[in-house]
Design a protein. Structure first.
Length: 485
């Protein structure tokens, strides 16, 4: 009795040391998130703990019905074989532990792995790897026990280690997948931003006229600043396109471009739309942020600002002065860092005289003034705009490339375009939809355009060759612009 006590105490001490070693291993593997490094770490620790020559983890690829593992520690070479083959395959199939003293005498053993790796397997202990749901995700093997066969204690140790390893492996796989997905999303986001920035770059404001070139020069000059800009011009001249070009060529390009049409907003909603509203201000009202907060660190585009009431103008002026807002029903001042771009088709100077627009707000907004010319004042740009729009619409509607005959271009240039570029784009879109042939002639144009062309003075013999030459040049320029965009 007395002689047995030291042996029991020694055995308990040995078991305690093993459990402490398992705990330390678990701490190591649970802190590793890289799958390749984790597999190497588990293999090294299991080999030492079980006094084996080698350890291998086989992971199950359910889609391909294969087991795979690294050929050796630190190796990038992957070994793959049928999920039903070998002792690892038997463990995955049955979910049961397998312990063999002489692997080559076991009919389940798959010698092909030894043949490939040059390793000679003698004793082998394998246990299944189970995830949180109890599904088998692979097998954990230790090979060639020092001094003979693997013991019952080895079996319990490997099962305990496998349980922790399976959790760590699944976690590493999830983290790896998340990292890959994040990288994919970042690449997609970068590509989308390139497309957005390309779509709204200053290059898409087309025209060779002096007035359009002046606009492009101004956009380039102010691109690195955050000064307020007032964009004026008739409806359809491209004021919002200019605003987007300014934003997407500025340091704020990766922040929001928030647009609000002041003319389309009822007076009683202006304040809440601009500054936001707190929950409970009225029955059923939830808290929401306004356009100023949405545009924080970005750009706020106030379209048709000339239609705002004097009360709304006063509130906007205060924000521009203080760079602070308060939500409707709120008591806390919120700092905002925004760039203001405003646009109008009204004569604000005349509005100041009539008392409908605040002079102090006018000068706050008009740090930089960009005036968009009506299309009738830049008729030389009509061919390039028409050809560009034609190419875009053909591509979007899966039409073969179409072109405008010289007489059609001449008619487009003679028309006064009361709706400006927007009207021209709609006319081109109508032509792409309705004309079945590849050449658009004067007869295909809208009646109003044909009538204007008939009323225009006839071109002299010297002008006609020039028009055809310019039409060809403008078509080529339009094609170049389309390719660049």
């Amino acid at each position: 009795m007395d002689s047995a006590k030291p042996a029991v105490a020694k055995e308990q001490t040995h078991l305690g040391e093993k459990l402490f070693a398992i705990l330390k291993i678990c701490q190591k593997i649970n802190s590793e998130r890289d799958l390749t490094a984790l597999l190497d770490l588990i293999a090294v620790e299991a080999t030492e703990l079980l006094e084996a020559d080698r350890a291998t983890i086989f992971l199950l690829d359910r889609e391909k019905h294969e087991l795979w593992s690294k050929v050796a520690l630190g190796s990038e070479e992957i070994l793959r074989f049928d999920a039903g083959a070998g002792i690892a395959g038997a463990v995955v199939k049955t979910g049961k532990l397998i312990n063999v003293e002489d692997a080559h005498r076991d009919t389940r053993f798959y010698p092909g792995i030894d043949a490939r790796t040059g390793y000679h397997t003698r004793s082998l202990l394998a246990v299944p790897l189970l995830n949180f749901e109890g599904q088998i995700i692979g097998a954990f093997e230790t090979l060639n026990k020092t001094g003979g066969a693997f013991t019952g204690e080895d079996e319990e140790i490997l099962k305990a280690l496998a349980a922790q390893a399976a959790v760590a492996i699944e976690t590493a796989q999830v983290v790896g997948e998340m990292a890959r997905r994040r990288e994919q999303l970042m690449q997609e986001n970068t590509q989308l931003w390139r497309e957005v920035e390309g779509k709204f770059s200053a290059q898409n404001i087309l025209g060779n006229s002096a007035k359009i070139q002046s606009v492009l020069k101004m956009i380039k000059q102010i691109s690195d600043t955050s000064v307020s800009v007032l964009i004026t011009g008739e409806s359809g001249t491209g004021k919002e396109l200019v605003a987007k070009a300014i934003h997407y060529n500025s340091p704020r390009a990766r922040r929001l471009f928030v647009a609000m049409n002041c003319a389309a907003l009822p007076e009683h909603l202006v304040e809440s739309e601009l500054f936001g509203i707190e929950k409970g201000v009225a029955t059923g009202v939830d808290r929401r942020i306004g356009k100023f907060e949405m545009a924080h660190n970005g750009t706020l585009f106030l379209d048709e600002i000339g239609d705002l009431s004097l009360a709304a103008q006063s509130k906007i002026l205060r924000v521009l002065q203080e760079r602070m807002i308060e939500r409707v029903g709120g008591r806390k001042a919120i700092a905002v860092d925004i760039r203001i771009l405003a646009a109008t088709n009204k004569d604000l100077a005349e509005g100041i005289k009539k008392g409908t627009f605040r002079e102090d707000l006018y000068y706050r907004l008009k740090v930089i003034h960009i005036s968009m010319p009506p299309l009738r004042e830049i008729r030389e740009d009509v061919p390039i705009l028409a050809n560009y729009s034609l190419a875009n619409n053909c591509r979007e509607m899966n039409r073969k490339p179409m072109h405008l005959a010289s007489q059609a271009l001449s008619a487009l240039m003679n028309y006064p375009w009361p709706g400006n570029v927007r009207e021209l784009e709609n006319e081109i879109k109508r032509l792409v939809v309705t004309v079945r042939k590849n050449t658009i002639t004067e007869e295909d144009l809208s009646e109003a355009i044909r009538s204007a062309s008939d009323a225009a003075p006839p071109s002299n013999s010297q002008q006609e060759p020039s028009l055809k030459k310019n039409a060809c040049k403008w078509s080529l320029q339009g094609l170049i612009k389309r390719i660049r965009s």
